[in-house]
Design a protein around this ligand. Sequence first.
Ligand SMILES: [Fe+2]
Length: 243
Amino acid sequence: MATKTSAKSSAGKATKTSASANGRAGGKSAQGLSTKATATRGDIDSPITLAKNGTDAVQPVLNQQENSPRVLQRYGTVSQRLPIGLDDATRQESVDMLNQLLADTITLRDLYKKHHWQVVGPTFYQLHLLYDKHYEEQSTLVDTIAERIQILGGISLAMAPDIAEATSIPRPPRDREEAPVQVSRLLEAHEIILNECHEYAKRSADSGDDGTNDLVVSQVIRTNEMQVWFLSEHLVDTPLARS
Ligand SMILES: [Fe+2]
């Protein structure tokens, strides 16, 4: 009796989806399809779902974060999950460096977006576009750095309050600033990151973490240096039309 009711109630609405999801769409009546499709997750004749109202089996179990105090891995620890030939001490040292670099790169990335939105003046168009280009390039670095931390068996910082605590880059005002001030502020942030990178490149070379060394040198340093060039030229006081 329960089977019959459930099949009937879901025949009109759910038949098509359920049937195709179970790969049983071929040539059966709508009501027949629905009965079988709703009942399955492996066993097409199971009475489990049909004994209820036909939807209980797909109800998500919500609010689990409030019930479970367990975490899978504590922040600040490293695991040997991935066999990449590096010992714990080397991994930990690299993860700590990379989390600092991550916090500063996220901050620089967001500084670019702030300036992208707030810039005004005769150079609006080029700076508006340049800031967004650099923002995208810094976003790519953010993901690369964070994923390197995972590969090393660590946990990357991620959320804004943690980034704000960790970053070495001074917090800018909420106010709109003049374009040359924006550029100067960005150059200062780049230099902070580049100084870190020179130290981290040396330390990761010394410890034998070649992957981190390559990331820092080939990607972070190269990208930041190029962006410094494109920014710095906006602060050179040259004549615009006549010398
Ligand atoms: Fe935009």
